[in-house]
Design a protein around this ligand. Sequence first.
Ligand code: UGA
Length: 434
Amino acid sequence: MQKIAVIGTGYVGLVSGTCFAEIGNRIICCDIDETKIASLRRGIVPIYEPGLKELIDKNTAAGRLLFTSDVGAAIEASDIVYIAVGTPMSETGEADMKYVKDVARKIGEHLNGYKIIVNKSTVPVGTGELVRQIVSNHRKYPSVHFDVVSNPEFLREGSAISDCMNMDRAVIGSSSDKASKAIADLHAPFGTRIYLTDLESAEMIKYAANAFLATKISFINAIANICERVGADVVQVSEGMGLDSRIGGKFLQAGIGYGGSCFPKDTFALAHIADQSGYDFELLKAVIRTNDKQRLIVTDKLKQAIGTIEGKRIAVLGLAFKPHTDDMRYAPSLTIVPEIVQLGASVSAFDPIATETAKPLLPESVRYCGTVEEALEGCDACVILTEWPEIVGMDLTRAKRLMNATVLIDGRNCISPLSVQQHGFTYHSVGRRP
Ligand code: UGA
């Protein structure tokens, strides 16, 4: 049993803190946001993540998971301190390190004995060293030692709990063998493969992994756009490519591009890190541009399918950046819905979870519906932006009866083309053969 403080109760901190508690450690999750901590203490979880609330309830009841806004006390009561605060994108594209620096100062001030300081936030290469300096400069007792470790997070929203319990690998970077071993031991109950490295390489692995996955997505999206022009089917192309074990089939699903809090932020940050190091990462910049442009294909397809958009009624199914989350950060819907509204159409939107998150971010005129059917009623075209199960499994016979015109733009290639055709829809996908 380890005594661990996890600073930052955002997505990463909350999920990993809870999973570490689940395997028997005593975890204090802390945050300077007192309202958030008060809610968590009452069992109110600020994010939607399948299974998280149940696991939090179970571990708080068992006394293994505690919440506090007294960050200093949590640090003093722990042997391992995880930094899991946000590194939002600044205006220039680089990661904003303010919160990480604040936490490092706080750790220094409350370093009352040897501690292992672990960075889980996605941070530029060199941050581990920066944390070491800040902690060192703010140490109340200069004779007290500490080690710094980088242990980046690879969880996906929507499947974070199972990802955490069944990680492909835990990357642990440090110059201290003692600290690396302690963090490797912490992961032992998960049965995770451990990859030990130096601090800087661990920090780079996180950015490189996300940038590579983003590259796969932009690559297949570009191939999809070409498939449409030359008469090939991107689903078959992607499957055929993925069968080559050197390529692998994952992250080759064509669509309207990646969103979320990670890929957009981390690709920008890595391009910026590269620029600063004197290397022009042209490949990654093209990945970002390709992704930005990919969102625009929806309105192009809509125009192609129904002619003028002005005065039409469009059903938008799915608003979140991907299914099983209410996260709207960099969601393609944030570009596509305002564009449709700007072109003069009225939008009826449905998302099973993200409606409340979406409301302040989308045009006021958008009408939010409680079901797929309600959104489809009387619409001239239906646009799928997120492949939620209730959208993928919609009743096409009923949909046809409800809609004004049977036009379906499938931005996620999630509906069977054969089935839509059998139901008499005009189907537009991203690079699938009609
Ligand atoms: C991503 C990584 O997958 C995680 O490993 C990483 O820990 C996380 O970022 C992070 O840095 O914290 P996440 O953003 O939750 O996780 O979601 P993904 O499932 O990776 O999807 C990202 C976006 O790519 C979504 O918009 C999704 O729709 C899109 N995508 C994904 C595609 O368009 N095609 C695909 O084949 C796969």
